[in-house]
Design a protein around this ligand. Structure first.
Ligand SMILES: NC(=O)c1ccc[n+]([C@@H]2O[C@H](COP(=O)([O-])OP(=O)(O)OC[C@H]3O[C@@H](n4cnc5c(N)ncnc54)[C@H](O)[C@@H]3O)[C@@H](O)[C@H]2O)c1
Length: 351
């Protein structure tokens, strides 16, 4: 049995990936601060939960570990701009350090789930493959690129390093993100019957379903070393390269109510389209398309299992956590807010 350490295991991709790893027979050490809640991973005899900050990992966390999937990150552009120093510390430095600690501990494989956003926008005729010059435009994308550059040179015969540049992910996951394009479009259309869309809709974007990107990560744990070690793979499929206007029409058609597309803004011609033939040459395929994600999200909304809460919008939740920590710090006394500890009550009475 192989033990896989998953950082960011309590996140959108992590809460889908961990049960899939367990189903495949792996043991999982799930490391996370659990900013989005501690109850999203179900207990399992082969699942070990470690609440830790990835900036404070030590050799002990890697004991008995065969592979690492390093998901923990500040996970989108707006959060990366608001918390720039943290984004560099977590998304770049902590990941390189995690790979170094893994290598020193004798771990065999390290997988870095990076992002296609490091291609930035490309000329209209370019379909970006892994050799294409990168053009990271945001702190988030730049930190991903530096993480890639930091971990790839660690690859050698004993330590396999694989970088996965994931397209924008969609679909239902226990830690739900409605700040991702297809998920957000689906929610808006389902809730209001109006799907706001930036003109003119001809711009291209690449996507991948959350269970497909998790399966690509699992695939890399056993793929032949000579085919993957020290290499970068885009994760998605050509079928999931969408022009956003056509995507919006497909989302609207898959939502079970009448939906109107509400165009806004000046034409946005920033486009990027990605080539996925390298990962497909390994025999891996994305199996799902946008409608699969839309239908499962609508089903969760219909059943009341999913709601749009602040936790589903990453930036808003981090902002709230930081704000409430300060408020709580100011009013917290005797171990509580309204309720206080009994011992403190007794001491007060005696004084
Ligand atoms: N979702 C996408 O569309 C997408 C696309 C490309 C790449 N990625 C990358 O995949 C990874 C996972 O993304 P996600 O969508 O699951 O994001 P997420 O925000 O849902 O999950 C990130 C997890 O990391 C944890 N975390 C953050 N900082 C931490 C710290 N200092 N210590 C310990 N844990 C910490 C959070 O608690 C959270 O559970 C990220 O690296 C992200 O950049 C995601």
């Amino acid at each position: 049995m192989q033990r896989i350490l998953v950082t960011g295991a309590g996140g959108y991709i992590g809460t889908t990936l961990v049960p899939m790893l367990l189903d495949e027979g792996y043991a999982v050490r799930a490391v996370d601060r659990f900013f989005f809640g501690r109850n999203l991973l179900h207990t399992h005899p082969r699942l070990e939960i470690v609440q830790e900050d990835v900036r404070r990992l030590g050799p002990e966390h890697f004991a008995g570990v065969d592979g690492v999937i390093d998901l923990a990150a500040i996970s989108n552009d707006p959060s990366g701009e608001l918390f720039q120093d943290v984004t560099w510390a977590v998304n770049h430095r902590a990941r390189v350090r995690c790979a170094e600690l893994a290598k020193a501990a004798g771990v065999k494989r390290y997988v870095l789930p990076s992002s296609c956003s490091i291609y930035g926008f490309q000329p209209a005729d370019v379909i970006a493959d892994e050799t294409c010059p990168t053009n990271p435009l945001t702190t988030y994308a730049k930190a991903n690129e530096q993480a890639e550059l930091g971990v790839l040179p660690l690859a050698d015969e004993q330590f396999c390093v694989v970088v996965l540049r994931q397209a924008t992910v969609y679909g239902y996951s226990p830690r739900m993100r409605l700040d991702l394009a297809i998920n957000g479009m689906t929610y808006g259309a389902w809730k209001t019957g109006v799907l706001p869309l930036m003109r003119d809709g001809s711009q291209w974007r690449p996507f991948v379903h959350v269970r497909d990107t998790a399966s690509a990560q699992i695939h890399m744990l056993t793929a032949p070393l000579d085919a993957v070690n020290g290499r970068i793979f885009n994760v998605g499929s050509d079928e999931n390269n969408y022009q956003v206007g056509k995507l919006a029409e497909r989302v609207a058609a898959a939502v079970p109510r009448d939906v109107r597309i509400d165009w806004y803004g000046d034409p946005d011609h920033r486009s990027y389209r990605v080539d996925f033939s390298r990962i497909e040459s390994l025999g891996w395929r994305a199996r799902r398309v946008a409608e699969d994600g839309v239908e499962e999200i609508c089903a969760k909304l219909e059943s009341g299992e999913l709601e749009r809460t602040t936790e589903t919008i990453t930036l808003d939740w981090y902002r709230d956590l930081v704000k409430w920590r300060e408020i709580i710090r100011q009013v917290d006394m005797y171990g509580g807010i309204l309720e206080i500890e009994d011992g403190a009550l007794r001491r007060e009475a005696a004084e």
